[in-house]
Design a protein around this ligand. Structure first.
Ligand code: ZN
Length: 417
């Protein structure tokens, strides 16, 4: 249940949005990475105008900005509610056929267009908690796109509700819809001055009551082995193979620890993601992840020691070790502004939930936004089984998120002077 005596629009909007293909493309250099993302963004602008939000606009980079005007005379910090319009490149998002399963009964959901795709409570334990809810799935050949069109629909429904209910006291709220979150460029071209918000919340989390205020800190490392090439027929004593050095180096990485496939919870890792090379030059690319930013240097030092050991085995070999910052744990920012999480927790409570503060073993648009001056944790939407054909979302979870956002805006207002 969401807000009493209000006809929610989140589900009907959601069903429309997911039928629009908005897949992003990591290989594209343009911004947005695919023009078709704007097909949805244009509709969002129109719908915002229909709701009564006159300043809604789409810019050339694919960002939608809009304002829910303040109803309070107090000096309330400007909040931003943010979600992304693109869907993941990992799974087809073309021709999505959403199916609404009313009052879910707990049985396996067999998807009609490919009956081998089954959503069961065995594989999706959270679904068991949603028995009785109305569940939306795709039809078996595509993802659903609840990540993050659930977030988009929630924010749109919230805007619709607040404009219809000016008696609810809140400050100015900026709406931001981003493209390209799934390819890591969601906030690359966002205009922070134009946005003009002080605190933000992304709507891109999963289970009801989860509140995510912690992400990985992330570096990328390139290890470049520089060998010496020579004609293979006359290479004795001259050739130094970068390929063999790279292979020897990768072989030194431990297999039972320090990797994505052997870590969980709060553990960090290093992870080779790409290797390429010739005799002269071979490159191994890593991602390095930890919740504690200072630990990244420790991981990189350990990696460096393995590199040095390798180079010592190949006289004549030289190496470049290049570290590049990717993103940082938003907790470092949020700890300095504890009200951002605390007010969200208060809003969850008013909506009848006990908050579960969670950590994300990855990054979000919010990790970058937090370091761009907009502290920005992540709120649940109900999106589950994301990036797959088993993706689903509960209508009641979306409506609960709308209700939570209403409370959240009110909590900020009450704490202002
Ligand atoms: Zn997402």
């Amino acid at each position: 249940m969401g807000i009493p005596n209000y006809q929610h629009t989140a589900a009907s909007r959601f069903i429309n949005y997911v039928q629009i293909d908005t897949q992003s493309d990591p290989a594209s250099p343009t911004q947005p990475s695919t023009e078709k993302q704007k097909d949805l963004s244009r509709i969002l602008v129109e719908e915002l105008h229909d709701i009564g939000i006159k300043d809604a606009e789409l810019d050339e980079y694919g960002y939608v900005y809009a304002t829910i005007p303040a109803t309070s005379d107090k000096e309330v910090p400007v909040l931003c509610y943010c979600s992304h319009v693109d869907t993941a490149p990992d799974c087809s998002g073309k021709g999505v056929k959403p199916i609404l399963h009313m009052s879910y009964d707990g049985k396996d959901i067999v998807l009609p267009d490919d009956p081998t795709v089954v959503i069961s409570t065995k594989d999706h334990p959270y679904l068991k908690e949603r028995i009785g809810d109305d569940i939306i799935t795709a039809s078996g050949t595509t993802l659903l796109g609840a990540d993050d069109k659930a977030g988009v629909a929630i924010i749109m429904d919230l805007a619709n509700y607040l404009i219809q209910h000016p008696e609810i006291q809140h400050g100015k709220i900026r709406i931001l819809f981003t493209p390209d979150e799934e390819v890591g460029r969601g906030v690359a071209k966002v205009d922070m001055d134009k946005l003009g918000a002080q605190f933000g919340y992304t709507l891109d989390g999963g289970e009801r009551a989860h509140l995510e205020g912690e992400t990985f800190s992330a570096d990328g490392v390139s290890v470049v082995f520089n060998g010496v090439s020579a004609h293979p027929g006359y290479a004795k004593g001259k050739m130094v193979s970068a390929i063999k050095a790279a292979a020897a180096f990768v072989d030194k990485l431990p297999r039972n620890e320090w990797s994505p496939e052997t870590t969980e919870g709060m553990q960090g890792f290093v992870h080779p993601v790409h290797i390429e090379g010739t005799i002269e030059k071979a490159t191994v690319q890593f991602i390095v992840r930890d919740f504690v930013t200072a630990q990244l240097a420790h991981h990189e030092q350990k990696l460096r020691e393995l590199v040095d050991k390798t180079v010592a085995e190949f006289p004549g070999m030289s190496v470049d070790f290049i570290v590049k910052e990717q993103y940082r744990n938003m907790k470092e920012i949020l700890d300095g502004q504890p009200q951002v999480m605390d007010y969200a927790e208060e809003a969850y409570k008013r909506a009848g939930m006990i908050t579960q503060r969670m950590s994300i073993r990855g990054g979000t648009d919010g990790s970058r936004l937090s370091f761009m001056g907009l502290p920005c944790p992540n709120i649940f939407t109900g999106e589950m089984g994301i990036h797959s054909k088993q993706e689903y979302v509960s209508v009641q979870d979306m409506e609960k998120a709308v209700e939570t956002l209403v409370h959240l805006a009110q909590v900020w207002e009450e704490h202002s002077k």
